[in-house]
Design a binder for this molecule. Sequence first.
Ligand code: HEC
Ligand code: HEC
Length: 399
Amino acid sequence: MPWRRLLCVVLAAVALAGCGGDSFSGAERAAIASLSLATLRPVQPDPTNRFADDPRAAAFGATLFFEARLSRDGQVACANCHRIDRQFQDDLPFGVAVGETRRRTMPLAGVAYNAWFFWDGRRDSLWAQALAPLEDPLEHAGTRAGYAQFIASAYRERYERIFGPLPDLTGLPAQAGPLGTPPERAAWEAMPEPRRDAIDGVFANLGKAIAAFERTINPAETRFDRFAAAVSEGRAPQGDAALSPDEILGLRLFIGKARCSTCHNGPLMTDGFFHNTGVPPAPGKPADLGREEGVPLVLADPFNCLGRHRDGAADACGELRFIVKDAPELKRAFKTPSLREAAGRPPFMHGGQFKTLDEVVLHYMRAPQPAEGHSEAKPLLLSERERTALVAFLKTLGE
Ligand code: HEC
Ligand code: HEC
């Protein structure tokens, strides 16, 4: 019937023009496009890791990521905490392995886009990051000498095909490393410097292989991305890409009045920097000063960009050379997390302080005084409906 067709044409035109309040201004369209996965560029090369994009290294790195023998008790693999079926995290407020850590396990999709790693940014490359849990007494709790011998016995051929010959390991103590038990530390100190350096080289290569694998972990397209694609092409979003009026209200708040996108921006919805947002300390844990602790640690890390085990030239080390230090805003500042698929991985924040997204939004509304330092969050006046709308929008980023 012609009147029905007419109705359809009118409805489609209304949907396109957005008479339900969802016609976006030019600035809103630009903001929406900037958050869309379509604007994510391929990950930058990492000149400090010459194996970063070597598929053999990535395959070896994947093996190591799941290798529980790469730990003191033979029980801990990266994948225990970074679970592939759980967005590479574990749903716990604090990561648990040989011991319980004081922070929440971070998801890994898009991790290679970061300049700084961990909640406090205490490592400056993906490969240097991977070395930290291997010798952290609460995580894999192993030693560098132990790992070199394990690789020689279990993976010599695979290792050597990628990285060249392993150094001579005869007479090496079974366990020795600068972060081990007192006897393991003494054994490490007793080793001649060139030998320590050769072992460090093997250890660094394990990190480089794991990093090559992690570089392949990418965020998935979400409902929001399908919606954003339609908006930027001037099409009416179809099917699940059509956001509800509440979701659209939440989006408008996110990029507008609620100022979320001042920190959660770009296609990964993070600026990659550190902010104190007044999140309360994690109960029962020692004081966590966040970036203020991370800065001296990354500067002292022997595997940082200026260290001996970097590949390529030192001109790749701009981030480290120009690091912000001794600034009051670093106190209790934590890295802005990506909000992609965040809805599906409670609890939230660096110590799992909030159980629901509703609690997160309530926190931003109240913007309480931080335990220490200065919070960048400002109180927000949001109605009950706006609060729910913000949560509804966050869910369109994947669950
Ligand atoms: C005990 C559980 C546990 C194990 C085992 C573990 N991690 Fe983690 N991972 C964490 C926690 C907790 C954090 C955050 C810690 C912090 O900020 O101090 C983290 C942070 C990270 C980050 C930083 C992500 C970012 O956005 O900055 C990467 C990458 C990572 N882990 C990779 C690995 C790799 C590779 C291994 C194996 C060599 C591994 N993890 C082993 C719990 C674990
Ligand atoms: C000043 C920068 C800043 C602003 C503004 C900001 N955030 Fe955050 N956001 C952060 C930081 C930093 C964290 C991690 C804080 C922590 O763990 O202590 C975070 C964490 C989160 C988390 C938890 C994610 C996870 O995986 O744990 C959510 C959800 C979130 N923010 C949503 C929002 C929303 C919604 C708004 C707007 C109302 C907003 N943020 C405004 C910086 C900001």
